[in-house]
Design a protein around this ligand. Structure first.
Ligand SMILES: [Zn+2]
Length: 162
């Protein structure tokens, strides 16, 4: 828990003032994006990484932002592997429904994975929520993994309107 970052305090739920895209279970703010737990018991530790600023497509991001988003995605995936023991990570960014840049980061191929070759979207198991205690355990484990990796993190946002 040393190095570049300030101590991670509580993180406000993410909500984009421009488009209303919201995530209820934030884990940590990274360089340009907020890592949030995605409530899906089929893949414990599944996350969504949400760009802090409103933008609708990766290819239109300024170069520095695009680079930092890629680094945040890498740090998120490494933390998810550490926290869950997942041997593989799936990445997905569609933009078909939500007009705000976000990346799904999904732990795969562990003992929880009933259909390792299927994507989360064509998986035969119906999506179901995590137990509350399990969600809290995963958030804590992911925060520990990010801290242990000394991943760059931003201080708590003053408000959720940015
Ligand atoms: Zn937005």
């Amino acid at each position: 828990m040393s190095g570049t970052g300030t101590a991670p305090g509580p993180v406000q739920p993410y909500r984009c003032a421009a488009c209303g895209f919201a995530q209820a279970r934030p884990i940590s703010r990274l360089r340009v994006a907020t890592l949030c737990l995605f409530d899906d018991a089929r893949f414990p530790g599944r996350c969504v990484l949400v760009l802090d600023e409103h933008a609708t497509s990766v290819e239109e991001l300024p170069l520095d932002t695009a680079r930092d988003l890629a680094l945040d995605t890498r740090d998120a995936a490494r933390a998810i592997r550490t926290a869950t023991g997942a041997p593989r990570i799936n990445y997905a960014a569609f933009g078909n429904i939500v007009p705000h840049v976000h990346v799904h980061v999904i732990p795969r191929h562990g003992p929880w994975d009933a259909a390792p070759q299927a994507t989360a979207w064509d998986h035969p198991e119906p999506e179901r929520p995590l137990e509350t205690a399990e969600a809290e355990r995963l958030v804590a484990a992911l925060r520990r993994a990010l801290a242990a990796a000394d991943a760059p993190r931003q201080p708590q946002r003053a408000s959720t309107t940015t």
